[in-house]
Design a binder for this molecule. Structure first.
Ligand code: NAG
Ligand code: NAG
Ligand code: NAG
Length: 351
């Protein structure tokens, strides 16, 4: 390709106080023919939405999708080949595909639109294809082009990343939904037209979180992994020997417990983290967060009372204002803290 150039798009904003390398987080190295410049902003927005979803999905986990983990290319030494790495790749790649696909359906790009290839054909009993199906093929192609091109390596890690990028894109397809509209005399719905639509991004995130929990470990020689020369030693892409696992996330290394801060590994530890306890309206998983983040990591749960001021007793006054009182409310928040007198770092937790 003659018309090749590179462009760095800073995707993540970052956390000043951890390490210098965190400043360059998640820079997207984008290479490709000039035409693709059209997509860079949307690609960056897509990757960003993937990262936000990662933060949401892991908000009450020991590993909570920190910025320094978001580097997608293999040259960063902080990066492991863990389950968490697999999630980051899948959700970023899915985010890009999702955003580009939405852009197509909205008519944001000249050269793509709805997928109307099946329109008019019978889809099943009582329905035909019609309307604007989301054009995932186009989104998939752009996501593959941009996200996969960040992967420069040829070793096991690189193959793992490419596999997980692909699994992320397959998740976008797997969560698509058929949406239908009724036709017929006075809404009798004797015939329906249907189209395929992307799920909510949240739903896709939930799907990938489940894939993360069920991720498959690929066993391989530790020295091979460290040496990073497994391509030469004949390590085949995961698809080659896991043909049924293309939708699954895969990883190569067990995760650390993420309890204890270890700057050289880029792990923050859970000391100082907030957790949820005694709050109504939270899921069981959230309810267990103090155990998971604090006590199982050898830390205690510290209660802090804070006063929150909010508007209350609002009344509508003619015309046209709303008058509210300021209500003060004591809110209890919970944080992981060391036991008093404990000088050494907390003991390792049981997973
Ligand atoms: C693509 O969609 C995102 C929102 O989903 C929007 O912010 C962005 O501007 C769109 N890109 C183009 C080129 O219109
Ligand atoms: C951080 O992790 C490395 C590699 O596992 C280990 O050698 C080192 O001792 C750890 N540092 C701390 C402060 O725990
Ligand atoms: C409580 O949960 C319901 C349903 O899950 C939700 O609609 C509502 O916004 C939640 N309320 C608060 C205060 O989080």
């Amino acid at each position: 390709m003659g018309n090749l150039f590179m462009l760095w798009v800073a995707v993540g904003m970052c956390c000043a106080n951890f390490s210098a390398s965190a400043w360059s987080v998640n820079n997207f190295l984008i290479t490709g023919p000039k035409a693709y410049l059209t997509y860079t902003t949307s690609v960056a927005l897509g990757a960003q939405s993937g990262i936000e979803e990662c933060k949401f999905q892991f908000a009450w986990e020991r590993w909570n999708c920190p910025e320094n983990a978001l580097q997608l290319s293999t040259h960063n030494r902080l990066r492991g080949a863990t389950r968490e790495t697999s999630f980051i790749h899948a959700i970023s790649s899915a985010g890009v595909m999702y955003t580009i696909t939405k852009n197509c359906s909205m008519g944001d790009f000249e050269n793509c639109g709805c997928d109307e290839s099946k329109n008019g054909k019978t889809g099943g009993h009582g329905w035909i294809w019609g309307g604007c199906s989301d054009n995932v093929e186009f989104g998939e192609r752009i996501s593959k082009l941009f996200v996969d091109s960040l992967e420069k390596g040829k070793d096991a890690r690189a193959l793992m990343n490419l596999h997980n990028n692909r699994a992320g894109r397959l998740a976008v397809r797997a969560t698509m939904k058929r949406t239908c509209k009724c036709h017929g005399i006075s809404g009798s719905c004797s015939i329906q037209t249907c189209w395929l639509q992307l799920a909510d991004f949240r739903e896709m995130g939930n799907y990938l979180k489940t894939k993360y929990e069920q991720a498959l470990k690929i066993e391989m020689d530790k020295r091979q992994l460290r040496a990073g020369n497994s391509a030469e030693s004949g390590w085949a892409p995961a698809e080659a020997f896991l043909p049924s696992a293309e939708e699954e996330l895969i990883f190569l290394e067990e995760s650390p417990d993420y309890c204890t801060r270890n700057a050289s590994l880029g792990i923050y530890g859970t000391e100082g983290r907030e957790c949820l306890q005694n709050s109504r309206n939270t899921s069981r998983w959230e309810q267990c967060s103090c155990g998971r983040l604090c006590t199982e990591c050898g830390l205690q749960v510290e209660e802090r009372r804070t006063e929150a001021v909010r508007s209350c007793n609002c009344k509508f006054q003619w015309c046209c204002t709303v008058k509210c009182d300021q209500c003060r409310q004591i809110v209890n928040k919970y944080y992981c803290a060391r036991f008093p007198g404990s000088t050494h770092s907390p003991s390792k937790g049981s997973a």
